[in-house]
Ligand binder design. Structure first.
Ligand SMILES: [Zn+2]
Ligand SMILES: [Zn+2]
Ligand SMILES: [Zn+2]
Length: 140
C-alpha cells in the first residue's frame, strides 16, 4: 500500500518540511530501523541537527519509537497501527543483526509473564534478539 508521507505528517499535526518528508520517506521505503548515523548517511545533504530534531519530534508524536541496542546505539523504527493510540505502548520484539547492525521490528506471540509486578503498570518493554539476518546469512 502506498502511504502518502505528507498526509501522515498532517494527520499528526506535523508541518511537512522537506527534511521531515525525506526522513519519513526513508523509513517508509526501507522496512527496518535506522540509527541517527544511518539516517545521516542516507540524507548526507541535510543538516545533521535538523535530522536529529526531526527524529526526536517524530518519536514524541508517536510516529517513530526508539530502541537502544547493547552497543548503546539508539535505533528508530516506524510505529505500527497497534501503537498509534493514546497509551502508545510497544508490545513487539526486535531482531538485531550482528553483521550489518540492522534492526527489525517483529510481532510477538505472547507477552512475557512477570511473576510479581506488585501493581506496576507496564507501558512498554524491550526484547532484542541478536543474530544474523537473512541477507547476511546468504553470504556467511
Ligand atoms: Zn509506537
Ligand atoms: Zn545483516
Ligand atoms: Zn520496533
Amino acid at each position: 500500500m502506498y502511504l502518502d508521507s505528507e498526509l501522515i505528517l498532517e494527520k499528526l499535526a506535523i508541518t511537512p518540511t522537506s527534511v521531515r518528508l525525506l526522513v519519513l520517506r526513508l523509513f517508509l521505503d526501507y522496512n527496518s530501523a535506522f540509527s541517527l548515523s544511518r539516517v545521516e548517511e542516507h540524507l548526507f545533504y541535510a543538516d545533521k541537527s535538523t535530522i536529529f530534531r526531526t527524529l526526536q519530534l517524530f518519536e514524541s508524536k508517536g510516529l517513530l519509537h526508539s530502541i537502544v541496542t547493547s552497543n548503546g546505539v539508539r535505533n528508530y523504527a516506524l510505529c505500527t497501527d497497534e501503537c498509534l493510540d493514546d497509551n502508545h505502548a510497544h508490545f513487539h520484539g526486535h531482531l538485531k543483526c550482528d553483521h550489518c547492525n540492522q534492526l527489525f521490528c517483529v510481532p510477538i506471540i505472547s507477552l512475557p509473564l512477570f511473576k510479581e509486578t506488585d501493581g506496576f503498570k507496564i507501558g512498554s518493554f524491550q526484547i532484542i534478539a541478536n543474530g544474523v539476518c537473512k541477507e547476511c546469512n546468504q553470504f556467511a
